[in-house]
Design a protein around this ligand. Structure first.
Ligand SMILES: [Zn+2]
Length: 357
């Protein structure tokens, strides 16, 4: 346990039937599954197998790394799979627990949400062992993995509906000390941009749930659009190893290129979102990473069935940087077209304060 880290009480898991042959306390490398019993028509006593791996060498911190939270976000699962294949337990001190395709049915389908129950894994915490598959998987992570981890790295990309600036994401912690630790660890990831995102106060995400249990939490958003980006993949590979070095699990200095942490931003809240009120076709005009002023033209919504109607012009609601942009052309009322982030210099002050502790 790192100096300054709060002592966490390990809760007893809620009663459940999940089982695994992986021994999370044994030294060495094991790659297998945890099994979530289901009982469908064609498999009365079967299970859904969710990939689970552990790499352990003696005493030390535990870093839990999650990818495939959304099944159409690919850089995280690719980079985490590479790490698991490459790493030798002798290279580490402590433990890496990896869940590289956690929302496994969505990963198989290449969809954001689970095709089994339609749920978004990242709106399902703290989960429910008596609920549907997605609820059960979330409950296992919440009750059985978070309590034995010190760090939680959750790897995302924009997914099919968004393109996002490749970024390390600060999850705001409920405590000032936790917040400083999260900022330090997120800057250590070494992405070009760092953004604090609180998802409008959402408590059902895996990072919010990990924060509640006192873990040091780091997120990431790597490009998106349902694509695999070479640049984002390189950032993700380096970021995973950097977080492991920051935690003291991998030896060596954190590798921060000169271009990393160039912008430290935050999504200010609802005013940072441009939401469509109309049904039409979205034409984005500003590109990701563009610095914009309030009132600048962001994009247009076109009405193809009524050619006599002028397109609706969308304006940027605040001064800031274009952090996320809608990917599909088709847009309906309530769809998110842009997310803006603005400067967050306080993060660097907090990070300095964290060093002094
Ligand atoms: Zn995601």
């Amino acid at each position: 346990m790192k100096a300054g880290q709060a002592v966490r009480k390990v809760a007893t898991p809620r009663r459940n039937s999940v089982f695994t042959s992986i021994d999370l306390d044994r030294d060495g490398k094991q790659i297998g599954y945890f099994n979530v019993p289901q009982s469908p028509h064609d498999d009365a006593w079967g299970s859904v197998q969710v990939p689970l791996a552990v790499v352990k060498n003696g005493e030390g911190p535990t870093v839990l790394i999650e990818a495939g939270n959304h099944g159409d976000e690919y850089e995280g699962p690719i980079a985490l799979g590479e790490l698991l294949r490459e790493i030798d337990p002798a290279d580490i001190r402590g433990r890496i627990i990896a869940i590289p395709a956690i929302n496994v049915r969505a990963v198989e389908a290449g969809t954001r949400t689970s095709p089994v129950d339609g749920l978004n894994f990242n709106r399902s915490f703290p989960g429910d062992f008596n609920g549907t598959l997605t609820n059960q998987i979330a409950a296992y992570v919440n009750d059985c993995l978070f309590p034995i981890a010190d760090y939680f790295l959750d790897l995302h990309s924009g997914g099919s509906s968004l393109m996002i600036l490749p970024s390390a994401i600060i999850e705001p912690s409920p405590t000032p000390d936790g917040h400083r630790r999260n900022i330090r660890a997120t800057l250590a990831f070494g992405a070009p941009t760092v953004v604090m995102v609180d998802n409008l106060g959402e408590t059902r995400t895996s990072t919010a749930a990990a924060n509640l249990q006192g873990l040091i939490v780091i997120g990431s958003e790597m490009a998106g659009g349902g694509l695999v980006s070479q640049d984002a993949l390189a950032i993700c590979r380096r970021g995973i190893r950097n977080v492991l070095k920051h935690a003291g699990v991998l030896q060596g200095e954190v590798e921060i290129p000169a271009s990393a942490n160039a912008r430290v931003l935050k999504v200010p809240g609802a005013e940072g979102y441009i939401i469509s009120d109309e049904d039409g076709v979205f034409e984005p005009i500003t590109e990701l990473g563009t610095v914009v002023n309030k009132g600048d033209i962001a994009g247009r919504i076109h009405f193809l069935r009524t050619p006599q109607r002028e397109p609706l012009v969308l304006y940027h609601p605040i001064d800031g940087v274009v952090f996320a942009k809608r990917q599909p052309g088709r847009v309906r009322p309530g769809n998110c077209c842009f997310v803006l982030a603005n400067e967050y210099p306080e993060a660097l002050v907090e990070e300095e304060a964290g060093h002094e502790r």
